[in-house]
Write a protein that binds this ligand. Structure first.
Ligand code: PMP
Length: 424
């Protein structure tokens, strides 16, 4: 039920509408960034007076922060069920984590991925040994497609890049089954859990994957902290992701050059003063979520059913799907309305109804374009509504009613496009 899920900051914000009314803000954009948990806000508040540099200071505040930072690593390790030998490297976000891993791949690693990935997972891999699989139209076929792609890989290290849940459609991929195929071919798997981790437990060992990446701002913590968790050997053998303090064990002046020895993982890839407050916020968010997964799942399941049923009754509204309506999914729905520009739809939802959604191609251009085409939409861009802990049945009903009236009668006010954005 709604009352037992963790509460979020900003749940009672009100926003002005064009007709002069004020309404409660319906944030239906959790997939972009989730609001901060009240528990996280309180934890940050408690830590801020102790703000001090991690590792380097001997003072009491530095000791507190160093301890908090270390505990956050343990929390993240537990949160994803990591193996004892796995490294937990703190990064800025999922994008940062995937770029770090891409830099740490052994020479000649073959990388296999599906082409509907978020750009953060699609783009960091370079070179001739990157194989992009056209995502098939049903989940079972992804398993055969991955098997075929891995058969074609040359000898050498292999990495499969997998999204846990799509940021466009919310669909959950058959991760364990795909990981099994990867294992059969001696490939490692990195799981982009940016969209799944806020909704469900992600367990490295149960799924039998090698790396998990995630972002704090999608997990109900503020911006600036994320993690790469997984096998330490490649990370240990790689040059530091950034060079500077923290990544160096010793620097010696040899006259014509500097002799530098690097620290071991995780510090090796965390050069610079670490984001202790952000990392603490991320860890508290993980801890809070992991205490109530059942309630979170029940809350989201009820709202998602309500949303999908509501949208299904709107003439001309097409829901985008990779694998179809029967696929397991989290609370993310993208859609297109015939004859209505996605940017205009989003602008009207905001200005006339106090609803925040996202429009565009969601940093997954290949996926969004393909799905719009497949759905028979007459638009190039889509609208995305995404549910989370701040969402209520009233938000969902308001969205459905607003879309129904918009699809039938158009906007109540006149909008013009200024620099690509619709303004009333
Ligand atoms: N992967 C997926 C599936 C995502 O949804 C996102 C964020 N939209 C990212 C990666 C990138 O996350 P971040 O912007 O936090 O780096």
């Amino acid at each position: 039920s709604e009352s037992t899920v963790p509460t979020v900051v900003g749940a009672r914000l009100t926003v002005p509408l064009l007709d002069g009314r004020k309404v409660g803000y319906a944030n239906l954009d959790h997939a972009a960034s989730a609001p901060c948990l009240d528990a996280v806000r309180d934890a940050v508040d408690e830590l801020l007076p102790w703000y001090a540099s991690v590792h380097r200071g001997a003072g009491f505040a530095s000791q507190v922060c160093t301890r908090v930072y270390g505990q956050a690593r343990d929390t993240l390790r537990r949160f994803v069920g990591a193996r004892a030998t796995d490294a937990v490297v703190f990064t800025r976000n999922t994008t940062d984590s995937l770029n770090l891993l891409a830099r740490a791949l052994p020479k000649g690693t073959s990388v296999v991925l599906f082409d509907t990935e978020h750009h953060a997972a699609l783009l960091p891999w370079r070179g001739p040994r990157v194989q992009r699989i056209e995502t098939p139209a049903n989940a079972d076929a992804t398993i055969a497609a991955l098997d075929t792609a891995l058969r074609a890989c040359p000898v050498g290290p292999r990495l499969v890049v997998l999204t846990a849940a799509s940021n466009v459609t919310g669909e959950v991929w058959p991760i364990a089954e795909l990981a099994k195929v990867a294992r059969r071919h001696g490939a490692r798997v990195v799981l982009d859990a940016a969209q799944l981790a806020p909704h469900r437990p992600v367990d490295i060992r149960a799924l039998d994957v090698d790396y998990v990446v995630l972002s704090g701002h999608k997990l109900y913590a503020p911006y600036g902290a994320g993690a790469l968790i997984g096998r330490s050997d490649w990370l240990q053998a790689a040059e530091p992701y950034l060079v500077g303090g923290g990544a160096t064990r010793q620097v010696v002046d040899w006259g014509d050059h500097l002799g530098v020895s690097w620290t071991a993982v995780p510090e090796r890839h965390e050069a610079g003063s670490p984001n202790v407050v952000g990392v603490h916020a991320l860890a508290v968010a993980c801890e809070t979520l992991s205490q109530c997964w059942d309630d979170i799942a029940a809350h989201e399941r009820t709202l998602l059913r309500r949303l999908r049923q509501g949208l299904a009754g709107i003439p001309g509204l097409r829901v985008l799907e990779l694998f179809g309506p029967a696929q397991d999914r989290v609370g993310v729905v993208s859609f297109s309305v015939d004859g209505l520009d996605a940017g205009l739809t989003a602008a009207v939802l905001s200005a006339e109804h106090g609803i925040g959604v996202r429009d565009g191609a969601f940093c997954a251009h290949l996926a969004t374009r393909r799905l719009l085409d497949r759905s028979g939409a007459d638009q190039q861009r889509a609208v995305r509504a995404s549910l989370g802990l701040g969402s209520t049945a009233e938000h969902v009903d308001r969205l459905v009613a607003a879309l129904r009236s918009l699809a039938a009668d158009g906007p109540a006010f006149t909008y013009t496009q200024v620099d690509g954005r619709w303004v009333p």
